[in-house]
Design a protein around this ligand. Sequence first.
Ligand code: NDP
Length: 334
Amino acid sequence: YNEIPTGFPVPGKTLIYDESQTIDLDKEPLHGGILVKVLVLSIDPYQRHRMHDPSIPSYFPAFTVGTPLENDGVGVVVRSENPKYKKGDHVYAMFPFQEYVVLRDAQARVIDNKEGLSWSAYVGVCGMPGKTAHHGWMEYAHPKVQKGDVVFVTAASGAVGAIVAQLAKAEGVKVIASAGSDEKVDYVRSLGVDVAFNYKKVSTREVLQKEGPVNIYWDNVGGESLDAALEFAAQKATFVICGMISSYNVDEPYNVKHLQQLVWREITFNGFLYTSLISKYADEFYKTMPGRVAKGEIKYKEHLVKGLENSAQALLDVLQGNNFGKSSIIVSED
Ligand code: NDP
């Protein structure tokens, strides 16, 4: 990518893929690694976080100006010098945004796909956002959730939120879910939640005042939603702080007014990164989630964009709420 954006990244100015790659598929040196043809690349809000001055310490290293972005994806092995992988294997790994990639220290996970899901499902519901929802829910919400509880989920039509809403519903509790358009709200309702509303038209405060108090809040957005959840939290509520997308592209952070409720309502805040929970939950996730998805027990919606050249716009769309479902780039059909 070409420059560190201030505010929203600008497609055309902020180059995030490599269009200049030339590669000899038969002769490219692999140095004991694998050559992979990239099929699907994930587009995620956190990629904006990595567009910062590398001298500023961060939970995830900054992208390097002048190189393609990278993210999770699925590809197919073209050649292998590593006995763990063979030609034709489909693998899940972190890839730079280009058509072919040589992975030297291959940490790629081979996907057997017994369930016959689409490859894009493995970067969404069965990939990073699925793991985030599942691992975060299992670690912080599942041990606390009780009969009669009220759960509130934000960005509930999105990659993480839609899965959280379904995991919550599977616990038999009342689920309130917000999303940014009427169409998204209809979709969220179709997932079985009890109360779904468009936060751009209806005040989150008023919904929570009527439908709360909130025992478990899953935060994907921060800002006004977090504030309303604090204001209408139940005593000893659990907050799972997954993301705060409303603040990713603004200089002036939202000033949360009800933080003092942390004390009066004895609220537990659980900020987390899904990476810290992988060793505990990923094996169980890969054993169960693809099957649950194949059976239709867990539903998902995808926002698929064709062509690497549309990656920057796809990222901007996610940051502005113009995606409807898990956003991914289809780099190649196979
Ligand atoms: P989504 O697929 O939900 O896409 C992002 C959505 O966020 C948009 O569609 C939009 O939905 C909503 N949004 C965008 N801008 C705003 C805004 N200003 N205010 C409120 N909502 C906004 O993304 P993901 O499911 O991939 O990510 C959801 C959250 O989870 C993000 O905060 C992300 O950073 C976080 N995350 C955290 C991880 C972790 O390890 N902690 C790992 C992965 C993701 P709408 O139209 O409904 O507003």
